[in-house]
Design a protein around this ligand. Structure first.
Ligand SMILES: CC(C)(COP(=O)(O)OP(=O)(O)OC[C@H]1O[C@@H](n2cnc3c(N)ncnc32)[C@H](O)[C@@H]1OP(=O)(O)O)[C@@H](O)C(=O)NCCC(=O)NCCS
Length: 256
């Protein structure tokens, strides 16, 4: 960690409507009963205990990526027979076929609040989805679970490619095409945060032209959350809208 990094202030962990943890769908109850029959009570108690420990003691690092519409890859193009569309409520059911944690209820809430659902489809089959947020984006560790965004900044969240279409460059092509399509008058930069260990996602963003600008460390200890941004101003960390999470960005940061 850079010696210049600072320790940011800290808001209480969020669990309100803006938080990115999805609400539980009723189907979870049925799944829980199935697991109970299959694994028994002891296994379930162990799993619940481990989840409680995970919630109470969290150490995680995300990498923030950034791209300007002009900086997005020009060479990444979606396959001819696919369409890139912005979705509405009639498209929400398509998310079921994708590896996303966004529930139907959460998707409806997001659309109602103005978030954009972008989808790549082929003959009606969903291949890829992601969400775009303006004004504010869900972020655990931010006050109220929402990161306030300056004008012209868009956050990309919850990217997902259908399992049997992974590794074909669909996500990089979709992300680059979305960035190129942004109206430059209203969108100066697109940001995304990816868990440091999610190599596939980090590769996909890099191929689309996104550049890593900072690491964000989040620690939860019971009800307390600490967020620290570790990045160099020259790499763009100073432009991150995270001032309320961390009083400053650090120098000497190298993309890991
Ligand atoms: C991250 C994700 C969207 C990437 O989509 P994609 O369309 O497969 O992107 P790419 O084709 O560029 O593949 C990206 C990387 O995935 C890995 N990959 C390749 N084939 C794969 C496969 N069959 N299954 C899983 N990962 C694969 C490779 O590391 C690849 O990068 P590389 O080939 O340049 O080394 C997709 O893996 C996904 O939906 N993951 C689950 C959800 C998720 O983690 N979302 C990110 C939240 S930030």
């Amino acid at each position: 960690m850079s010696p210049y990094s600072r320790f940011g202030a800290l808001a209480v962990a969020s669990s309100g409507p803006g938080a990115s943890r999805p609400a539980r769908p009723p189907g979870r109850l049925r799944a829980g009963l199935r697991t109970l029959r299959r694994d028994g009570l002891v296994a379930i108690a162990r799993s619940v205990g481990s989840r409680i420990r995970q919630r109470a003691w969290v150490n995680e690092t995300h990498v923030w990526y950034e791209v300007a519409p002009d900086g997005a890859s020009q060479s990444r193009q979606l396959p001819m027979e696919t369409s890139l569309v912005t979705g509405d409520a009639s498209h929400i059911h398509l998310l079921e076929a994708l590896p996303t944690e966004v529930t139907e209820r959460e998707a409806r809430r997001r659309l109602a609040e103005g978030a954009e659902l972008w989808l790549v489809t082929r003959a009606g089959e969903p291949l890829f989805a992601c969400w775009l947020f303006r004004d504010s984006a869900p972020l655990l560790g931010a006050p109220g679970g929402e990161l306030q965004l300056p004008e012209g900044v868009v956050v990309v969240e919850d990217v997902a490619t259908a399992e049997h279409h992974r590794g074909k460059g669909i996500a990089p092509a979709a992300l680059a095409t979305i960035a190129r399509r942004m109206d430059r008058r209203h969108t100066r930069r697109l940001l995304a945060k990816v868990e440091r260990g999610n190599r596939a996602s980090r590769r996909a963003f890099r191929k689309a032209g996104f550049r890593a600008v900072a690491h964000m460390h989040r620690r939860e200890r019971g009800p307390f959350t600490a967020v620290q941004i570790d990045g160099s101003p020259e790499h763009g960390a100073a432009r991150l809208p995270t001032k309320r999470l961390d009083p400053g960005s650090a120098a000497g940061w190298v993309d890991g």
